[in-house]
Unconditional design. Structure first.
Length: 156
């Protein structure tokens, strides 16, 4: 049972490490995507609360764009969602997206539904947190496995 516990921790750690690596490279790849003009359809601030009652605010900006005569809509702003810790900070960011204003839309040339209006990579702090968590999980899994292996609890 301890071996399974260790395996779950190592697997979770690998997952935590692979997420920022994937988003980093996808962010780099999006820098080569072609662009088109789009128009803001709606823009609002959404609020979420964490279990410890920490409030966070997110922008929900929906935009419409056309590629080869076909209309698309999306609410994906960037590769990594950005949160704000005050309503005022979110409101200031939302001012950049007035309804019916025009924006540049970068789109994946292989999947036109995959589009962005902000080309930025995953924030450095988020990458470091996920990498640190991944290493911690892997370390815990290795410690549990080696402790049980030394005491002989894997065979029982």
């Amino acid at each position: 049972m301890a071996g399974l516990f260790a395996l779950v921790f190592v697997g979770g750690g690998c997952f935590c490490i692979l997420i920022p690596i994937y988003l980093f490279f996808k962010g780099r790849l999006s820098e080569t995507w072609p662009s088109t003009s789009g128009q803001i359809v709606s823009a609002e601030i959404k609020e979420s609360s964490s279990p410890d009652d920490e409030r966070q605010f997110f922008l929900r900006v929906t935009y419409a764009y056309r590629i080869n005569g076909t209309a698309y809509t999306s609410s994906k702003m960037s590769m990594a969602a950005r949160s704000y810790y005050s309503w005022q900070e979110a409101a200031n960011a939302l001012r950049r997206y007035p309804i019916r204003s025009y924006v540049t839309v970068w789109f994946n040339p292989y999947d036109f539904t995959d589009a962005l209006i902000e080309r930025n990579r995953m924030p450095g702090r988020a990458i470091l947190v996920l990498l640190f968590m991944g290493l911690m999980f892997i370390g815990m899994g290795v410690l549990v496995y080696s402790a049980c292996g030394l005491s002989g609890c894997l065979g029982k």
